[in-house]
Design a protein around this ligand. Structure first.
Ligand code: CTP
Length: 446
C-alpha cells in the first residue's frame, strides 16, 4: 500500500484545498492529512486563522479524500510522522516548492500545482470588515505598533492624533494615514483607539474615547491608580465596549504557556515569584522626569507585576517597596508582595542594572525564564532530578505587539468584553499596586 501525507491549516476550506487533497490522494492508496493545531499556528505567527482546529479537521474529513487526519503540533513533527506512519510520498502545494526538499532523505517529495486565484488569506479579507484604528500619540511605541497591525487581518490604522500638529503630520506621512490635532475630528474617523500618549494623558484619553463609543487598547501603565482603572473598566462595561490594557507579555504564546503549566501543577504549589526588569536610560528623557510620571516603578511595574498577579492572583496580604531616588524619581525599586501562602518580588530599575529574569519556584520544581523574560520565547521547567528538566522554545515575532492587537480585534469582532489573558480585575490590581507605591507608609528609601 502506497501511503501519502500532506499538511496544512485548511482554514475556511476552499476549492484550492479540495483540489490539493484530491491530487494528493491520487498519488497513492492511503492519504493522511496533518492539520495544524491552533497553538502551533499561533506559535509560528499565523494569527488570523478563523476556524478552530476542530472545525478545520471536520472540514477536511468532509471532503472525503482523507483516510486519516492527524494534528500537527510541533516543529520537526513531519520527519517523525513520515517514519512513524511509514510514508512513501510527502505532497504539498507548489507555493512551497523547494522548502521541503530536506524530507527527500525519508520519502518522495511532490509539489502539486496550486490552484490559482484563491486562498484562505483572501477569503478572510473578504469576509471581514476592517476595524479602523486611530492612534493617540506618535512616539516610539506608536511607531512600532503600525507595522505590527499589518500581520493581523482586519486591523487598519487610519489616523493619528497629536496636539502637536507637526508631529502628527510627520507620523501620518510615514505611514500614509490621516493626521489630526483635534480629538473631536479624529474620533469620528475611527472605530477603535490605541492610546500610546504620555502616561498622565492615558486616563483622560481613554475616558473620552469610551464616552465617544470607541473600543480602547491602552498602553501600559494604563493608569496609576486602582480607582481610576476600576472607573474606566466600569465605564467600558456600561458602554458595552472593549477596554484592554496593552500589557504585551500577557498575550504572547510562551508566557500564556507558562501560566497554564503552573496552573496545571507541573512545579507543585507555587511559593515564590521573582521578576526583574531593568533598562538604563540617559537624560533628558520622559522616564527620568517626575512631572511626566517617570521612574522605575511607573515604567516597569505593569509587566513585572503582571507575572506575579497572573501566577499568584490578586489577593495579596501585604506589600512593601524599597526605593532609591534621584532627582524626584525612583531609579530603583524593589516591591515585595506577600500572599498568605507565597512570597513574590519585583526588581525594577532605570538607573541600576540587574539580570532581567523570571523565576517561579514551587514545591516540586521551578520555572526559569531568562532575560529578557518579558519578550518570552524560551523557558525551562527544572527539577532536583535534572533528567526531568524540559525546555520550551517559541517564536516571539516582530515587536510582539501583534498578539495584543489580535486579542483586541478578536474581542471586538466576537463581542467578548474580558480577556482571560489579562482580566479586568488583574489590571485593576496592578494599578492598585502602583497606587500603593504612592502611599509612603509602605515605602523605605535607600
Ligand atoms: N493550496 C493550494 N491552492 C490554493 C491554496 C492552498 O493548492 N489556492 C494548498 C497549499 O499549497 C497547501 C494546502 O493547500 O498544500 C494547505 O494550505 P493552507 O496554507 O492551509 O491554505 P492557504 O489558502 O494557502 O492559506 P493561507 O492563505 O492562510 O496561507
Amino acid at each position: 500500500m502506497k501511503k501519502v501525507i500532506t499538511y496544512g491549516t485548511f482554514d475556511l476550506l476552499h476549492q484550492g484545498h479540495i483540489n490539493l487533497l484530491r491530487r494528493a490522494k491520487e498519488l497513492g492508496d492511503y492519504l493522511i492529512v496533518g492539520v495544524t493545531s491552533d497553538s502551533f499556528d499561533r506559535g509560528r505567527g499565523k494569527l488570523n486563522v478563523k476556524n478552530n482546529v476542530l472545525e478545520r479537521v471536520e472540514a477536511v474529513k468532509k471532503t472525503g479524500y482523507a483516510d486519516e487526519v492527524i494534528i500537527e503540533d510541533y516543529l520537526g513533527q513531519k520527519i517523525d510522522d513520515i517514519q512513524r506512519y511509514e510514508i512513501d510520498v510527502f505532497a504539498i502545494g507548489s507555493d512551497w516548492t523547494g522548502k521541503f526538499d530536506y524530507l527527500k532523505e525519508y520519502c518522495d517529495v511532490v509539489y502539486l500545482p496550486r490552484t490559482e486565484g484563491i486562498s484562505s488569506t483572501q477569503l478572510r479579507a473578504e469576509s471581514q470588515n476592517s476595524i479602523r484604528i486611530g492612534i493617540i500619540g506618535s512616539g516610539r511605541i506608536a511607531r512600532r505598533f503600525v507595522p505590527e497591525t499589518k500581520v493581523v487581518s482586519g486591523a487598519d490604522v487610519v489616523a493619528v492624533l497629536n496636539p502637536d500638529k507637526d508631529e502628527a503630520e510627520s507620523f501620518a506621512r510615514l505611514f500614509s494615514i490621516e493626521a489630526f490635532d483635534s480629538f473631536e475630528a479624529f474620533i469620528k474617523q475611527v472605530d477603535a483607539v490605541y492610546v500610546a500618549s504620555p502616561h498622565l494623558t492615558h486616563y483622560p484619553y481613554v475616558k473620552q474615547s469610551l464616552l465617544a463609543g470607541r473600543h480602547v487598547l491602552c498602553e501600559i501603565p494604563m493608569v496609576l491608580s486602582g480607582n481610576e482603572a476600576k472607573e474606566l473598566y466600569d465605564l467600558a462595561s456600561n458602554q458595552n465596549l472593549v477596554l484592554l490594557e496593552a500589557s504585551k507579555t500577557a498575550f504572547c504564546p510562551a508566557f500564556n504557556h507558562i501560566v497554564t503549566l503552573v496552573k496545571s501543577g507541573v512545579i507543585g504549589d507555587v511559593v515564590d515569584v521573582k521578576a526583574s526588569l531593568s533598562k538604563m536610560v540617559a537624560p533628558p528623557t520622559r522616564e527620568l522626569d517626575p512631572r511626566q510620571a517617570g521612574g522605575a516603578l511607573h515604567e516597569h511595574a505593569s509587566l513585572t507585576m503582571l507575572a506575579i498577579v497572573k501566577i499568584l492572583g490578586i489577593e495579596y496580604s501585604d506589600v512593601h517597596f524599597y526605593s532609591k531616588m534621584e532627582d524626584g524619581v525612583d531609579i530603583y525599586t524593589k516591591a515585595v508582595i506577600n500572599y498568605p501562602h507565597a512570597t513574590s518580588s519585583a526588581t525594577l530599575g532605570i538607573g541600576i542594572k540587574t539580570e532581567g529574569n523570571l523565576v517561579i519556584s514551587g514545591t516540586k520544581g521551578y520555572i526559569y525564564v531568562p532575560a529578557p523574560w518579558w519578550l518570552t520565547d524560551f523557558f525551562e521547567v527544572r527539577y532536583e532530578d535534572q533528567t526531568k528538566n524540559r525546555k520550551y522554545f517559541y517564536s516571539y515575532d516582530g515587536e510582539g505587539l501583534r498578539y495584543e492587537i489580535q486579542e483586541f480585534l478578536s474581542m471586538i469582532v466576537n463581542g467578548r468584553r474580558d480577556s482571560y489573558r489579562l482580566r479586568r480585575e488583574e489590571s485593576i490590581a496592578i494599578a492598585g499596586l502602583i497606587d500603593a507605591f504612592h502611599n509612603n507608609q509602605w515605602l523605605t528609601l535607600l
